[in-house]
Design a protein around this ligand. Structure first.
Ligand code: FAD
Length: 405
């Protein structure tokens, strides 16, 4: 009998963890396992705010996929173009691939909610290249200001607007706050001329945390010079900056050299364009992570939608859940191949820590609220654990974070 073909799309937290768990748990010659990813490397999406602000090199954020795979898993570098799920085929820029079992882990893309001009004029934080672009763009704006004649200096080049006061926006602001003194020194810019403004449509910052933790975070960032404009949706972005709505008929235009949009994510467009039943590019999966009507297709990570029945709302798209789903997806694939029943996935929420730069953070871990250096230490433990789960101690030693203050 032919060996079943398992095809994994995407080598992010979900896809790569599925591959690594399969190679650990499946017998030799039991299945042909292939993982497809557009780059030769995996990147830690949860570290992208650091690469974007320029506080961590993009090199530190990524590692070669082949380095964590053994001979049980074949890696193909290719871009997935579409899914032909009715014929069990995937179309990539390197050709067509067939499968018996498919795992979709194509991750997230930025969501601009149709706001005019954002797609064109705002920078997103969704992958290593976008992170590099933000870092380089900020540097270019500062260098441009430095070369302008004293009487013609356009100080708006030194204004950075961050759209979104959710997790990604706040973590990015924390890094930017730390980068400002360096930028000021590097480009001979008086620090008081640099403005960083966080614009948020919702009336609250970081809705997933308690009021005390939010006050701590906002207080910390405000002390470092970050300005907040909360409850003021961005209604338009242009080459010159953004227009925000401040009241019923009241608008303000903020001129800025850099606009970064960190206010929303959606699943992959490839999923949305396929015949799989999706909503905003996310697929409501069965309890065993398979797609209703497509029992050979598993979804892991940000392309999966699961309702938290207790809380009455969906589980948020996180790396934590993507990795936990991957472990169960790998076990369920083996179960199906061996003719056994699949098991249900239940997220085990251990907590969330939001960094505020390199040495401060807020978080809730195992039901306990934490702040400051301890929270920052816990964040690094979480970051190192994600590396450990995929590449063991060797990867932690190579890429891990040990700068505990
Ligand atoms: P990803 O990790 O996005 O991986 C998708 C993979 O698919 C990538 O390798 C990509 O290159 C590849 N791919 C995409 N399209 C194609 C294609 N067409 N062809 C081939 N390959 C393709 N979550 C937490 O739990 N904790 C945090 O502290 C946290 N912090 C975050 C901070 C930031 C700045 C950001 C942006 C996100 C953060 N998240 C955090 C969310 C977390 O990063 C995501 O939930 C997680 O990355 C989702 O994992 P995934 O495997 O679904 O997708």
């Amino acid at each position: 009998m032919n060996r079943p073909k398992i095809l994994i799309l995407g080598a992010g937290y979900g896809g790569l963890t599925t591959a690594v768990n399969l190679q650990k748990k499946i017998g030799v010659n039991v299945a042909d396992i292939t993982i497809v990813n557009k780059n030769s490397y995996h990147y830690e999406s949860t570290w992208l705010h650091e690469a974007s602000a320029g506080t961590l090199s993009p090199e530190r954020v990524r590692y070669e996929i082949k380095d964590v795979l053994n001979s049980k898993v074949n890696f193909v570098q290719a871009s997935v173009e579409s899914l032909d799920v009715n014929n069990k085929k995937v179309i990539t820029d390197a050709g067509e691939m067939s499968y018996d079992y498919l795992v979709v882990g194509l991750g997230f893309e930025g969501e601009t909610f149709g706001i005019e001009g954002l797609d064109k004029y705002a920078l997103g934080i969704a992958n290593v290249n976008e992170a590099r672009k933000i870092r380089d763009h900020i540097n270019t704006q500062f260098a441009e200001w430095a070369t302008q004649a004293p009487a013609e200096k356009d100080d708006s080049l030194l204004t950075i607007i961050v759209g979104g006061a959710g997790f990604t926006g706040i973590e990015f602001l924390g890094e930017l706050a730390n980068r400002i003194p360096e930028l000021s020194k590097e480009y001979d810019v008086p620090q008081e001329k640099i403005r960083i403004i966080c614009v948020e449509a919702a009336p609250v910052v970081l809705p997933m945390f308690s009021r005390e933790l939010v006050e701590y975070a906002v207080g910390h960032l405000t002390k470092k010079g970050i300005e907040f404009s909360i409850g003021t949706p961005v209604v338009q972005a242009t080459e010159e900056g953004v227009k925000i709505k401040k009241g019923e008929d009241e608008f303000e235009f903020i001129k800025a050299g850099t606009v970064v949009w960190a206010a929303g994510v959606r699943g992959s467009r490839i999923v949305e364009e396929s015949d799989l039943p999706s909503n905003r590019a996310r697929i409501a999966v069965e309890k065993d992570l398979r797609v209703p009507g497509y029992p050979e297709v598993f979804i892991v990570g940000d392309c999966a939608f699961m309702l938290n029945e207790e809380a009455g709302r969906p589980y948020p798209p996180t790396a934590q859940i993507a990795m936990q789903q991957a472990v169960v997806a790998a076990e369920n694939l083996i179960a199906l191949i061996e003719g056994n029943d699949t098991k249900e996935f239940t997220p085990e929420l251990k907590g969330t820590v939001c960094s505020l730069g390199d040495s401060d953070a807020i978080g809730e871990v195992f039901g306990k609220e934490i702040t400051g250096k301890y929270a920052s230490f816990m964040k690094k433990v979480i970051d190192n654990r994600a590396l450990y789960m995929v590449g063991g101690a060797g990867l932690v030693l190579k890429k891990g974070k040990f700068n505990v203050l």
